[in-house]
Design a protein around this ligand. Structure first.
Ligand code: 5GP
Length: 197
C-alpha cells in the first residue's frame, strides 16, 4: 500500500514502476470525485455517483473505504481477494485511513509512505499542478500536514526529492516485500516441509 499527501508525486512514481512490472496488479479505486483532465475512467479511477458509492458500501463491495477531501474513495474487495488467491502482488494507492483498514484485514500487508522534501516544495508542486480550486488547495495542504504526522506508522518511507531515485526506491521496496518470509511462505509450501513453515 502506498500513501502520500496530495501533490507529492505519488502517481508519477507509481506509473513507471507499474509499466516495468506487468505482473504487479494495481487496484483501480472507486471515487465520487470528478475526473481530472487527462484521467481515464477505469484506468485512473472508477467514477461513481454518491448514490452508487453508498449502495456499494451497503452491499459490502469495499475492502476499505474512506472520505478524503470531502469525497468518497474505496477499494473493490472482490477483485483484491481474487488476485491474492492467485498469488499476485497487489499495489494499492490509498490514504492513511484506508491503509489502516486494510492492515486490520491483511496484517502482513506492507505500507509505504511518500514524503515531500519539505512543506514548501509540496505547496509549490500542488499549485503548479493547477488542478485544484483555491479552496481545494487550502483543504489539501491542511490535510497534508495531518497525514504527514502518520508517517511513523508506515513500514517504508520514500522522500520524493529526485524523481528517478524515488522510483528506484519504490522498485527496491517492492522487491524486498516479495522476499518477506510471510509473503514467501505460502508460495514455498509445496516444496518445504509444513513443519518448517
Ligand atoms: P486524488 O483525489 O488526489 O486522486 O486522491 C486523494 C487521496 O485519496 C489520495 O491520498 C489517495 O491515496 C486516496 N485514495 C485513492 N484511492 C483510494 C481508495 O481506494 N481508498 C482510500 N482510502 N483512499 C484512496
Amino acid at each position: 500500500m502506498v500513501s502520500a499527501p496530495s501533490g507529492v508525486g505519488k502517481t508519477t512514481i507509481i506509473r513507471p514502476v507499474l509499466e516495468n512490472r506487468p505482473d504487479l496488479r494495481f487496484s483501480v479505486s472507486c471515487t465520487t470525485r470528478s475526473p481530472r483532465p487527462g484521467e481515464v475512467p477505469g484506468k485512473d479511477y472508477h467514477y461513481l455517483t454518491r448514490e452508487e458509492f453508498v449502495a456499494g458500501i451497503q452491499a459490502g463491495r469495499f475492502l476499505e473505504w474512506a472520505e478524503v477531501h470531502g469525497k468518497f474513495y474505496g477499494t473493490d474487495g472482490e477483485r483484491i481477494d481474487r488476485w491474492l488467491k492467485s498469488g499476485d502482488d497487489v499495489l494499492l494507492d490509498i490514504d492513511v485511513q484506508g491503509a489502516r483498514q486494510v492492515r486490520s484485514v491483511f496484517p502482513s500487508a506492507h505500507t509505504i509512505f511518500i514524503l515531500p522534501p519539505s512543506m514548501d516544495v509540496l505547496e509549490e508542486r500542488l499549485r503548479g499542478r493547477g488542478t485544484e480550486s483555491p479552496e481545494q488547495l487550502t483543504r489539501r495542504l491542511a490535510a497534508a500536514r495531518v497525514e504527514i504526522q502518520q508517517f511513523p506508522w508506515y513500514d517504508f518511507v520514500i522522500v520524493n526529492d529526485v524523481l528517478e531515485e524515488a522510483i528506484a526506491d519504490l522498485n527496491a521496496i517492492l522487491r524486498a516485500c516479495r522476499c518477506d518470509r510471510a509473503v514467501q511462505a505460502p508460495r514455498l509450501r509445496s516444496f518445504l516441509a509444513p513443519q518448517i513453515l
